[in-house]
Design a protein around this ligand. Structure first.
Ligand code: ADP
Ligand code: MG
Length: 293
Protein backbone atom coordinates (compact mmCIF):
# COMPACT_ATOMS: atom_id res chain seq x y z
CA UNK A 1 0.00 0.00 0.00
CA UNK A 2 2.94 2.34 0.65
CA UNK A 3 3.99 3.10 -2.94
CA UNK A 4 0.37 3.25 -4.06
CA UNK A 5 -0.48 5.86 -1.43
CA UNK A 6 2.61 7.86 -2.37
CA UNK A 7 1.76 7.85 -6.05
CA UNK A 8 -1.82 8.80 -5.22
CA UNK A 9 -0.48 11.63 -3.06
CA UNK A 10 1.75 13.07 -5.77
CA UNK A 11 -1.17 12.71 -8.19
CA UNK A 12 -3.49 14.66 -5.89
CA UNK A 13 -0.77 17.29 -5.49
CA UNK A 14 -0.26 17.58 -9.26
CA UNK A 15 -3.98 18.04 -9.74
CA UNK A 16 -3.88 20.94 -7.26
CA UNK A 17 -0.95 22.56 -9.10
CA UNK A 18 1.87 21.21 -6.93
CA UNK A 19 4.81 19.32 -8.40
CA UNK A 20 6.47 16.93 -5.94
CA UNK A 21 9.72 15.76 -7.47
CA UNK A 22 10.99 13.70 -4.57
CA UNK A 23 8.78 11.12 -2.90
CA UNK A 24 10.77 11.26 0.35
CA UNK A 25 9.91 14.94 0.56
CA UNK A 26 6.34 13.87 1.33
CA UNK A 27 7.45 12.19 4.55
CA UNK A 28 9.48 15.21 5.58
CA UNK A 29 6.58 17.52 4.74
CA UNK A 30 4.33 15.64 7.12
CA UNK A 31 6.47 16.63 10.11
CA UNK A 32 7.02 20.34 9.32
CA UNK A 33 6.23 22.69 12.22
CA UNK A 34 7.63 25.99 10.90
CA UNK A 35 7.17 27.66 7.52
CA UNK A 36 9.62 30.39 6.51
CA UNK A 37 8.98 32.65 3.52
CA UNK A 38 11.22 34.87 1.45
CA UNK A 39 9.56 38.30 1.19
CA UNK A 40 10.23 39.80 -2.24
CA UNK A 41 8.68 37.83 -5.09
CA UNK A 42 7.31 35.17 -2.75
CA UNK A 43 4.97 36.95 -0.32
CA UNK A 44 4.91 40.01 -2.58
CA UNK A 45 4.46 40.27 -6.33
CA UNK A 46 8.14 41.10 -6.73
CA UNK A 47 7.46 44.20 -8.81
CA UNK A 48 8.42 47.19 -6.67
CA UNK A 49 7.00 50.54 -7.78
CA UNK A 50 8.59 53.89 -6.91
CA UNK A 51 6.12 55.73 -4.71
CA UNK A 52 8.15 58.34 -2.83
CA UNK A 53 11.24 60.45 -3.46
CA UNK A 54 12.81 62.80 -0.92
CA UNK A 55 15.64 65.12 -1.92
CA UNK A 56 18.45 65.46 0.61
CA UNK A 57 20.85 67.57 -1.41
CA UNK A 58 18.86 70.78 -1.46
CA UNK A 59 20.40 71.68 -4.82
CA UNK A 60 19.96 69.39 -7.76
CA UNK A 61 16.57 67.74 -7.41
CA UNK A 62 15.97 67.14 -11.10
CA UNK A 63 18.28 64.38 -12.22
CA UNK A 64 18.46 62.05 -9.21
CA UNK A 65 16.18 59.60 -10.97
CA UNK A 66 18.16 59.83 -14.21
CA UNK A 67 21.50 59.16 -12.48
CA UNK A 68 20.02 56.33 -10.45
CA UNK A 69 18.48 54.69 -13.51
CA UNK A 70 21.73 54.98 -15.45
CA UNK A 71 23.64 53.32 -12.59
CA UNK A 72 21.06 50.50 -12.45
CA UNK A 73 21.83 49.62 -16.08
CA UNK A 74 24.49 47.39 -14.55
CA UNK A 75 21.95 45.46 -12.45
CA UNK A 76 19.03 43.12 -13.09
CA UNK A 77 17.70 43.35 -9.52
CA UNK A 78 13.92 43.96 -9.28
CA UNK A 79 14.77 47.43 -7.89
CA UNK A 80 16.82 48.17 -11.03
CA UNK A 81 13.76 47.39 -13.15
CA UNK A 82 11.66 49.57 -10.86
CA UNK A 83 14.01 52.53 -11.42
CA UNK A 84 13.75 52.04 -15.19
CA UNK A 85 9.94 51.92 -15.06
CA UNK A 86 9.79 55.08 -12.94
CA UNK A 87 12.20 56.92 -15.24
CA UNK A 88 10.19 55.93 -18.30
CA UNK A 89 6.91 56.82 -16.63
CA UNK A 90 8.41 60.32 -16.24
CA UNK A 91 9.04 60.35 -20.01
CA UNK A 92 12.71 59.44 -19.78
CA UNK A 93 14.32 57.15 -22.35
CA UNK A 94 16.19 54.54 -20.32
CA UNK A 95 17.85 53.00 -23.39
CA UNK A 96 19.66 56.25 -24.20
CA UNK A 97 21.19 56.64 -20.72
CA UNK A 98 24.97 56.29 -20.38
CA UNK A 99 26.27 53.00 -19.02
CA UNK A 100 27.95 53.25 -15.60
CA UNK A 101 31.73 52.96 -15.36
CA UNK A 102 33.56 50.97 -12.68
CA UNK A 103 30.27 49.31 -11.76
CA UNK A 104 30.16 47.16 -8.64
CA UNK A 105 27.30 45.15 -7.24
CA UNK A 106 27.10 44.22 -3.56
CA UNK A 107 24.39 41.60 -3.11
CA UNK A 108 22.02 42.53 -0.30
CA UNK A 109 23.37 46.09 -0.19
CA UNK A 110 23.25 47.85 -3.55
CA UNK A 111 25.31 49.12 -6.45
CA UNK A 112 27.97 51.75 -7.14
CA UNK A 113 29.80 53.26 -10.11
CA UNK A 114 30.33 56.42 -12.09
CA UNK A 115 27.80 58.13 -14.33
CA UNK A 116 28.77 61.22 -16.34
CA UNK A 117 31.94 61.50 -14.25
CA UNK A 118 29.92 61.62 -11.02
CA UNK A 119 30.50 58.86 -8.46
CA UNK A 120 27.12 57.41 -7.51
CA UNK A 121 25.90 54.66 -5.22
CA UNK A 122 22.44 53.27 -4.56
CA UNK A 123 21.50 50.98 -1.74
CA UNK A 124 20.52 50.46 1.87
CA UNK A 125 22.09 51.57 5.15
CA UNK A 126 24.59 48.74 5.06
CA UNK A 127 25.93 50.19 1.81
CA UNK A 128 26.09 53.67 3.31
CA UNK A 129 28.15 52.42 6.25
CA UNK A 130 30.43 50.50 3.92
CA UNK A 131 31.03 53.71 1.96
CA UNK A 132 31.50 55.67 5.20
CA UNK A 133 28.61 57.98 4.33
CA UNK A 134 27.00 59.54 7.38
CA UNK A 135 23.27 60.05 7.20
CA UNK A 136 21.66 62.77 9.23
CA UNK A 137 17.99 62.41 8.35
CA UNK A 138 14.98 60.35 9.23
CA UNK A 139 13.36 60.90 5.84
CA UNK A 140 13.30 57.15 5.37
CA UNK A 141 11.57 56.29 8.61
CA UNK A 142 8.01 57.05 7.46
CA UNK A 143 8.56 55.12 4.23
CA UNK A 144 9.78 52.08 6.13
CA UNK A 145 6.86 52.28 8.56
CA UNK A 146 4.61 52.04 5.49
CA UNK A 147 6.44 48.85 4.50
CA UNK A 148 8.36 50.51 1.68
CA UNK A 149 11.80 49.37 0.61
CA UNK A 150 14.14 52.34 0.98
CA UNK A 151 17.03 53.01 -1.38
CA UNK A 152 19.50 55.83 -0.73
CA UNK A 153 21.25 57.70 -3.52
CA UNK A 154 24.79 58.88 -2.78
CA UNK A 155 26.39 61.41 -5.15
CA UNK A 156 30.07 62.26 -4.79
CA UNK A 157 30.09 60.81 -1.27
CA UNK A 158 27.05 62.73 -0.02
CA UNK A 159 23.52 61.46 0.58
CA UNK A 160 21.42 63.03 -2.19
CA UNK A 161 18.01 61.36 -2.18
CA UNK A 162 15.84 58.70 -0.61
CA UNK A 163 13.58 56.56 -2.81
CA UNK A 164 10.68 54.50 -1.38
CA UNK A 165 9.33 51.49 -3.30
CA UNK A 166 6.09 49.59 -2.74
CA UNK A 167 5.71 45.96 -3.64
CA UNK A 168 2.14 44.67 -3.29
CA UNK A 169 1.57 41.53 -1.21
CA UNK A 170 0.23 38.59 -3.21
CA UNK A 171 -3.57 38.38 -2.92
CA UNK A 172 -3.69 35.10 -0.99
CA UNK A 173 -0.83 35.83 1.42
CA UNK A 174 -3.02 36.68 4.42
CA UNK A 175 -5.34 33.72 3.88
CA UNK A 176 -2.45 31.29 3.41
CA UNK A 177 -0.79 32.39 6.65
CA UNK A 178 -4.09 32.13 8.52
CA UNK A 179 -4.52 28.58 7.22
CA UNK A 180 -1.00 27.61 8.35
CA UNK A 181 -1.75 28.98 11.82
CA UNK A 182 -4.98 26.96 11.97
CA UNK A 183 -2.81 23.92 11.42
CA UNK A 184 -0.68 24.93 14.40
CA UNK A 185 2.36 25.90 12.32
CA UNK A 186 4.73 28.76 13.16
CA UNK A 187 5.32 31.24 10.32
CA UNK A 188 8.28 33.48 9.59
CA UNK A 189 9.60 35.86 6.97
CA UNK A 190 13.24 36.13 5.89
CA UNK A 191 14.18 39.31 4.07
CA UNK A 192 17.12 41.45 3.04
CA UNK A 193 14.97 44.51 3.58
CA UNK A 194 15.21 46.83 6.60
CA UNK A 195 13.75 45.72 9.93
CA UNK A 196 11.10 48.47 9.95
CA UNK A 197 9.85 47.76 6.41
CA UNK A 198 9.89 44.00 6.91
CA UNK A 199 8.13 44.34 10.29
CA UNK A 200 5.30 46.31 8.69
CA UNK A 201 4.79 43.77 5.91
CA UNK A 202 5.05 40.89 8.39
CA UNK A 203 2.52 42.49 10.74
CA UNK A 204 0.05 43.16 7.90
CA UNK A 205 0.27 39.53 6.88
CA UNK A 206 0.04 38.09 10.41
CA UNK A 207 3.55 36.63 10.44
CA UNK A 208 4.81 35.19 13.77
CA UNK A 209 8.46 35.99 13.19
CA UNK A 210 10.28 38.55 11.02
CA UNK A 211 13.97 38.10 10.25
CA UNK A 212 15.15 41.23 8.42
CA UNK A 213 18.47 42.50 7.12
CA UNK A 214 19.40 38.95 6.17
CA UNK A 215 22.04 39.07 3.46
CA UNK A 216 21.54 36.68 0.54
CA UNK A 217 24.40 34.42 1.63
CA UNK A 218 22.96 34.18 5.17
CA UNK A 219 19.51 32.89 4.30
CA UNK A 220 20.54 29.23 4.53
CA UNK A 221 22.22 29.86 7.91
CA UNK A 222 18.99 31.46 9.13
CA UNK A 223 17.12 28.26 8.25
CA UNK A 224 19.83 26.12 9.88
CA UNK A 225 19.59 28.17 13.09
CA UNK A 226 15.86 27.40 13.39
CA UNK A 227 16.61 23.73 12.78
CA UNK A 228 19.27 23.77 15.52
CA UNK A 229 16.56 25.10 17.83
CA UNK A 230 14.61 21.93 17.01
CA UNK A 231 12.27 23.27 14.34
CA UNK A 232 11.32 21.25 11.26
CA UNK A 233 11.41 23.93 8.62
CA UNK A 234 9.74 24.40 5.25
CA UNK A 235 11.21 27.30 3.25
CA UNK A 236 9.26 29.00 0.45
CA UNK A 237 11.25 31.10 -2.02
CA UNK A 238 11.62 32.20 -5.61
CA UNK A 239 15.04 33.77 -6.14
CA UNK A 240 18.52 32.58 -7.04
CA UNK A 241 19.50 33.81 -3.58
CA UNK A 242 16.96 31.51 -1.98
CA UNK A 243 18.40 28.31 -3.48
CA UNK A 244 20.80 27.43 -0.61
CA UNK A 245 18.01 28.02 1.94
CA UNK A 246 15.64 25.83 -0.09
CA UNK A 247 18.25 23.05 0.01
CA UNK A 248 18.97 23.54 3.73
CA UNK A 249 15.27 23.39 4.70
CA UNK A 250 13.59 20.09 5.60
CA UNK A 251 11.23 20.95 2.75
CA UNK A 252 12.10 23.44 0.02
CA UNK A 253 9.14 24.92 -1.85
CA UNK A 254 9.81 27.03 -4.96
CA UNK A 255 7.38 29.43 -6.60
CA UNK A 256 6.89 28.27 -10.20
CA UNK A 257 7.41 31.85 -11.39
CA UNK A 258 10.81 31.93 -9.71
CA UNK A 259 14.30 31.48 -11.11
CA UNK A 260 15.38 28.11 -12.53
CA UNK A 261 18.02 27.90 -9.82
CA UNK A 262 15.34 28.00 -7.12
CA UNK A 263 13.22 25.45 -9.00
CA UNK A 264 16.15 23.03 -9.23
CA UNK A 265 16.99 23.45 -5.55
CA UNK A 266 13.54 22.59 -4.21
CA UNK A 267 11.81 19.19 -4.17
CA UNK A 268 8.44 20.94 -4.39
CA UNK A 269 7.31 23.46 -7.02
CA UNK A 270 4.11 25.48 -6.92
CA UNK A 271 2.92 25.67 -10.52
CA UNK A 272 0.70 28.68 -9.81
CA UNK A 273 1.75 31.74 -7.78
CA UNK A 274 -1.03 30.97 -5.34
CA UNK A 275 0.19 30.97 -1.74
CA UNK A 276 -2.76 28.79 -0.68
CA UNK A 277 -0.81 25.98 -2.30
CA UNK A 278 1.65 26.11 0.63
CA UNK A 279 -0.87 24.84 3.23
CA UNK A 280 -2.21 22.53 0.49
CA UNK A 281 1.20 20.83 0.10
CA UNK A 282 1.41 20.17 3.82
CA UNK A 283 -2.19 18.90 3.98
CA UNK A 284 -1.73 16.50 1.09
CA UNK A 285 1.53 15.16 2.46
CA UNK A 286 0.14 14.70 5.97
CA UNK A 287 -2.85 12.81 4.60
CA UNK A 288 -0.68 10.62 2.40
CA UNK A 289 1.72 9.74 5.17
CA UNK A 290 -1.07 8.98 7.67
CA UNK A 291 -2.52 6.47 5.17
CA UNK A 292 0.81 4.67 5.03
CA UNK A 293 1.38 4.27 8.72
P1 ADP B 1 15.27 40.80 -0.71
O1 ADP B 1 15.73 39.79 0.31
O2 ADP B 1 14.21 41.70 -0.14
O3 ADP B 1 14.84 40.16 -1.98
P2 ADP B 1 17.99 41.67 -1.50
O4 ADP B 1 18.74 40.78 -0.58
O5 ADP B 1 18.10 41.43 -2.97
O6 ADP B 1 16.45 41.81 -1.06
O7 ADP B 1 18.45 43.18 -1.22
C1 ADP B 1 18.36 43.73 0.08
C2 ADP B 1 18.43 45.23 0.02
O8 ADP B 1 19.65 45.64 -0.61
C3 ADP B 1 17.33 45.87 -0.81
O9 ADP B 1 16.16 46.07 -0.05
C4 ADP B 1 18.00 47.18 -1.20
O10 ADP B 1 17.88 48.11 -0.17
C5 ADP B 1 19.45 46.79 -1.38
N1 ADP B 1 19.77 46.49 -2.79
C6 ADP B 1 20.13 45.31 -3.32
N2 ADP B 1 20.35 45.41 -4.64
C7 ADP B 1 20.08 46.68 -4.99
C8 ADP B 1 20.10 47.44 -6.21
N3 ADP B 1 20.44 46.90 -7.39
N4 ADP B 1 19.76 48.73 -6.15
C9 ADP B 1 19.42 49.30 -4.99
N5 ADP B 1 19.38 48.67 -3.81
C10 ADP B 1 19.72 47.38 -3.79
MG1 MG C 1 12.49 36.71 -3.58
Amino acid sequence: ATPTAMVAGTGAAAKAGILIKDIEAMERAASIDTVLFDKTGTLTEGHPVLSDTVDLSGVDTSDHLRLATALQRGSDHPLAKAFRSAFEAADGDAASLPSPRNFTNRPGEGVAGEVDGVSVALGNRALLSRLGVALDTNAAQKMEELGETVVYLVRDGKPAAVFGFRDAPRPMAVAALARLKERGLATGMVSGDSQAAADRVGRDLGMDLVLAGVRPDRKAKTVAARQQDGARVAMVGDGINDAPALVQADLGIAMGTGSDVALDAAPVTLMRSDLMLVPAVLDICRKTVSKIR
